[in-house]
Design a protein around this ligand. Sequence first.
Ligand code: NAD
Length: 386
Amino acid sequence: MRSVRAGIIGAGFIGPQHLEAVRRLGYVDVVAIAVSRAEEAKAIAEKLFIERAYGSYRELLADPEIEVIHNCTPTGLHYEINRAALEAGKHVISEKPLAMDSSQTAELVQVAASSGRLAAVNFNHRGYPMVQQARQMISTGLLGDVYLLHGSYLQDWLLYPTDWSWRLDPVTGGVSRAMADIGSHWADLVQHVTGHCITRLFADLHTLLPKRLRPTKRVQTFSGRTNEVHTEEVDIKTEDEAMVMFETDQGGRGSFLVSQVSAGHKNKLSFEINGSKASVRWDADDPDQLWIGYRDKPNERLSKDPSLVAREVAQYVHLPGGHSEAWPDALKNVMGEIYEAIQDGRTGPMNGNAFATFADGHRSARLVDVVLESAHRQTWVEVPTN
Ligand SMILES: NC(=O)c1ccc[n+]([C@@H]2O[C@H](COP(=O)([O-])OP(=O)(O)OC[C@H]3O[C@@H](n4cnc5c(N)ncnc54)[C@H](O)[C@@H]3O)[C@@H](O)[C@H]2O)c1
């Protein structure tokens, strides 16, 4: 197996997580990091033991030794950087959301197709073993026909008016916030698990905190320390919570609630699927367990254990039963499949793989656009198929 050289653009919260995940694969050499200032890049590179530091993403893209780009910048930069990276002949692993709206993501799908390079988007929750177990049970008919898909994604890190992030500014975060940031994860995951596609929806969005205090200096995402700096009051236009009802292409019906202002919930993504024979429920707060519900016999809780999961799922399990595998491990699983494709010279996933492509990122962006339209018009809206 040859080693692969990669560069990471953006090194706030998620960039170092990509670094750790790919270092654990063993054959990925992250040789460079880029942020928007040379001094900061140098300090981060030293701290993270990365050889080269660039003060602009364009310098990193011009490095001929780098084959793969991880785009870990704020959402407003995704389109420009993803496009430039593909045009520079690099494979691209972009953070979600793939871009600001579906017109940008449609272009990126075209650019990726003509580049001949791999173009993936990091819907990392797909990589949890028990998520894959639920997917396998549904695809092999153990749940019967899927009737209902429901759940939520709840966080509390934007509960107070003093909480601030670039995500609150539509210029850097986009016109949708809770939906694009975390609702996109929920909808992608549930469609991935069931194989259903959301075709029609009704959404209600609400900004519970219409005014917030923006720090006059930059703050680190998720640091929770914004009350220690000088601030100015700003109007907030993006949603703190979204409620969505939907129908799928295979007759499923469902709903989800996403919120960034739900006290006590740090990063709680959960879903339940009810079928004609059985149900499954998974919760990121208890990720090694899968609840399986029956009508005519006692319910079960299946624990993540290589000897208990389906044969096809065993590749996502790396530790014996009772040894937790959680968020960083799911990310590593997804990165492993992406780099395996790069090693094999493939530009997309093999049948059964968990990783998401730019086409999935486009489908997700279309859904977010329709959520915004439905909430604005207060009516059901069809999700376009192109
Ligand atoms: N998949 C997940 O679970 C997950 C989790 C968190 C964030 N994300 C996504 O990752 C992206 C980044 O989020 P974050 O929380 O890490 O943000 P962050 O603010 O913590 O980090 C952003 C980084 O980008 C850098 N940056 C800003 N402008 C730049 C430029 N012009 N050139 C190069 N670098 C630049 C910043 O210096 C910083 O290092 C977002 O799109 C977010 O949606 C995904």
